[in-house]
Design a protein around this ligand. Sequence first.
Ligand SMILES: N[C@@H](CCC(=O)N[C@@H](CS)C(=O)NCC(=O)O)C(=O)O
Length: 217
Amino acid sequence: MSTRYTLIAGTKDWSSWSLRPYMALRHIGVPFDEEVVPLRRETTSPEILQYSPSGRVPVLKIEESGQTYIVWDSLAICETLADRHAEAKLWPDDVKTRAIARAYAAEMHSGFADLREQLSMDFARRLPLPALRDATRAQIARILEAWSIALAKYPGGFLFGRFSIADCMYAPVVSRFATYGVEVPAPVRTYMERMMALPAMRDWGRAATAEVEAGKA
Ligand SMILES: N[C@@H](CCC(=O)N[C@@H](CS)C(=O)NCC(=O)O)C(=O)O
């Protein structure tokens, strides 16, 4: 059964939500096509609606056996990829560790609104840290606490030892902390460097830089 995947993403410099399934797809190692919808334009909303009923990117288009369907929402896409590619082990094997990894992913998916707003993803740029609201400081502290606990408990270099969907979900936060020079403890610094050195993160960064240089971001 041959499958064709197409990831519809937003402007790579900005689209934190799109980076998550991109990381999962790259980890699996399957070929996939990409389409990038320019964000923050008058045309953005109508263009996204051509692909997604939610009016949001990312969207994964799956074509196989003469049928096409789409999955929208970054976490739903990652979960779908984990279902379809069990061999890639996108979640930890152990049921308890998997439950905790899911809690990490869900906490990111549903929270940290102040962090998202004040430290919006700008992958290719290095920017001064703005004056942070108390809520943003608390959210940064919570992420550093969560990462530190996981990194200490599950040796292997990623949050739950092996690379997992938890790392995909936090990849945009790694980028944000790098962009704004957020101070982090040494083990977190090592984790961030490992994440930023992944070929997928480097490729995403090259595309984001090209967007910035072309005046698209
Ligand atoms: N919960 C969604 C949120 C996706 C989202 O908000 N995407 C932004 C771009 S990063 C978007 O599509 N915005 C629509 C717009 O800018 O018009 C997900 O996880 O995929």
